[in-house]
Design a protein. Structure first.
Length: 317
């Protein structure tokens, strides 16, 4: 573990960097941009909603923005694994920018997976994880995104050890991202990151303006059988999703509207969307709410459309 003095130095360095950074141009979702509408909430599309089509080859990653626009959605959230071998390819990123511009689509963030856990108690592994994420910060800057979404997990569920490691890992990465105008945001994505109280405490201690959360309506499994980090393994400890979202909203720089299935009236059958939207409306958050459909009964296109209709209905209520 690194000393408190080093963490304090990191924080002081970051605060000093604000005056010489591009902070004034930071595209936080809590701030309105000149070219945005006056609507408090807008709808975006997470690329994971189309993961089956992409994995099967039916949809190319480069065509994702055009596909999003076909739904009447003009803002997107990328998934790193769909272009992980192109993250440092300037020509490929330029093509992504061109495709998004041609489709009239805004590129919001990159959901980064497969680069390690920023709350890894082993300092060497944790520092390697920070290094692994820097290329994604650079890519986000090139694409005009406001954030990268990171995973806050490690090889233990010890709350104290994970807290110390998480503060250090997030601080280091956020310091790197700050001068580039990029946010580092944590999603409740399993393990202790799905404990709203724990994650909020970590963000509070990091205390950097570009470090926040991405509350997801689902993903509130804290522990799975055998301690396996795998969504296919049965969950044995679940955190209350409504409490969790409420605890994460004060730090939110994006919101993920997870959906699985819908009834005949168009309501999501596993999540009370009306209750979730009430929680979001009571917060100070203003910005995009991203559709992330993960169901199997409806096709991916049908699930995206159903989620969009429900969000549009609740946003205007």
């Amino acid at each position: 573990m690194e000393s408190c003095s080093r963490r304090n130095f990191i924080r002081s360095t970051a605060l000093g960097a604000i005056t010489v950074s591009l902070f004034n141009g930071l595209s936080c979702t809590g701030m309105k941009e000149k070219n945005e509408t006056d609507a408090r909430f807008k709808i975006s599309l997470a690329e994971w909603s189309l993961h089956n089509a992409i994995f099967s080859g039916q949809l190319d990653h480069l065509d994702f923005t055009k596909k999003a626009a076909s739904f009447g959605i003009h803002a997107v959230e990328y998934v790193s694994q769909f272009f992980k071998d192109k993250v440092a390819d300037a020509m490929y990123l330029a093509e992504m920018n061109k495709r998004a511009s041609d489709a009239g689509v805004k590129q919001l963030l990159i959901m980064v997976d497969g680069e390690g856990g920023l709350a890894e108690p082993d300092e060497k592994l944790r520092n390697e994880t920070v290094d692994n994420h820097r290329k994604w910060v650079d890519a986000a800057k090139t694409l005009g995104c406001h954030s990268i979404r990171v995973n806050l997990f490690g090889s233990t569920l010890n709350r104290k050890d994970m807290h110390i490691a998480a503060v250090d890992g997030l601080s280091n990465l956020s310091v790197y991202a700050l001068p580039l105008g990029i946010n580092v945001i944590v999603e409740n994505h399993g393990g202790l990151s799905s404990d709203g109280q724990w994650l909020s405490g970590v963000i509070d201690e990091v205390a950097l303006s570009n470090c926040g959360t991405l509350p997801d309506f689902g993903n509130f499994c804290i522990e799975r059988e055998g301690g396996v980090w795998n969504g296919e393994v049965p969950c044995i400890k679940v955190y209350d999703k409504y409490r969790g979202v409420e605890e994460l909203m004060p730090h939110a720089k994006a919101v993920s509207a997870k959906s699985y299935d819908f009834d005949a009236e168009g309501n999501e059958t596993t999540i009370d969307y009306s209750k979730m939207m009430d929680i979001i409306k009571r917060s100070s958050y203003s910005g995009y709410i991203g559709i992330e459909y993960e169901g199997s009964r409806l096709s991916e296109d049908e699930g995206i459309i159903a989620t969009k209709k429900l969000l549009e209905k609740l946003i205007t209520v």
